[in-house]
Design a protein around this ligand. Structure first.
Ligand SMILES: [Zn+2]
Length: 305
């Protein structure tokens, strides 16, 4: 199951409702050169989670591995078109299957890095998470062997390779309880994982909204000329701000309802049309009700304590 502290059944049902079948994502993957030596693979068969690879003089760093080995092998083929150097490090920004279920393809690197909570979650409930993903009918899911990270950190770590320094920063809970922000100071670049969905309503099934906003505040302070999100097109500083404003809007609107003792259903009825109108150009508007539910649960629990 998704590692959810509360109402896991509701969250799973929400997820089933909101993660539509492969038709929603069907397409060929594309690899784009974001900056010199920094490439991001976007789209694909049953997927729209981004994978980034950095080619250095000493080898390759891969960030997130797509939802299936088949899609991960397409990334590997893109790497091999450009270099024969080994994959030295693989990093998972968080545990969700659309970012980790291609890990086995990069296992030879011997080093898969993530926040310690990612390893714990994949070890303790990775099989359940895989079973859940199998219900989405993404092509190639049967081949997945849950492959947890084998190098973990708690607050911060640095990777030095071929003249690049990657800072892996954990700023607390957010999209999940184990999100890594990857910061490359010299490139003024952030690889945000799912702390940022660009022009797409975020998935919030096991999110922590207040802490997520804090992580985005923190990202705003970093040099953020280029921001590679977990989903959606490459952006920059406005992308960070747009995601933050979505969460602040969601929080504010839901709190207003909670302060008037409104039920979840009443809150959804009042808030969803406002968010749907305001974010009508974003993808996955059908996820808004789930987000309201997540916010309602988070803030109704906080109000009681
Ligand atoms: Zn995610």
């Amino acid at each position: 199951m998704f590692k959810a502290g509360i109402h896991s059944t509701i969250l799973i049902l929400s997820l089933l409702l909101i993660l539509s079948g492969p038709a929603a994502f069907a397409g060929e993957s594309k690899t784009i050169e974001v900056l010199k030596n920094v490439f991001t693979t976007i789209d694909g068969d049953g997927v729209d989670s981004n994978t980034t690879f950095i080619i250095t003089t000493e080898g390759v760093i891969v960030i997130d591995t797509r939802p299936t080995p088949a899609e991960a092998r397409k990334v590997l083929a893109e790497i091999r078109k450009r270099t024969d150097l080994p994959i030295v490090y693989t990093i998972n920004t968080h545990y969700h299957g659309d970012h980790t279920f291609g890990n086995q393809v990069f296992k030879d690197s011997k080093t898969i890095i993530a926040h310690k909570n990612v390893r714990n979650t994949l070890i303790n409930s990775g099989q359940d998470h895989l079973s859940l993903f199998k219900t989405f009918k993404i092509p190639g899911m049967d081949e997945v062997e849950v492959t947890p990270p084998n190098v973990t950190y708690e607050k911060e770590m640095e990777i030095w390779l071929g003249g690049y320094r990657l800072q892996l920063l954990y700023h607390g809970k957010g999209h999940t309880d184990g999100d890594t922000i990857i910061y490359i100071d010299q490139l003024r670049t952030i690889i945000s994982g799912d702390l940022i969905f660009n022009e797409k309503i975020p998935y919030m099934g096991d999110a922590y909204i207040d802490e997520w906003i804090e992580s985005l505040n923190y990202m705003e302070l970093l040099k953020n000329e280029t921001v590679i999100p977990g989903h959606g097109a490459i952006g920059g500083r406005p992308t960070v701000i747009a995601m933050k404003h979505y969460l602040i809007n969601l929080k504010g609107l839901v709190l207003e309802q909670l302060n008037n003792n409104k039920s979840l259903k009443e809150t959804q009825e009042a808030v969803a049309p406002i968010l749907r109108e305001k974010y009508k150009s974003w993808k996955k508007l059908e996820w808004i009700e789930g987000n309201i539910e997540r916010a309602w649960l988070e803030y109704s629990t906080k109000q009681k304590t």
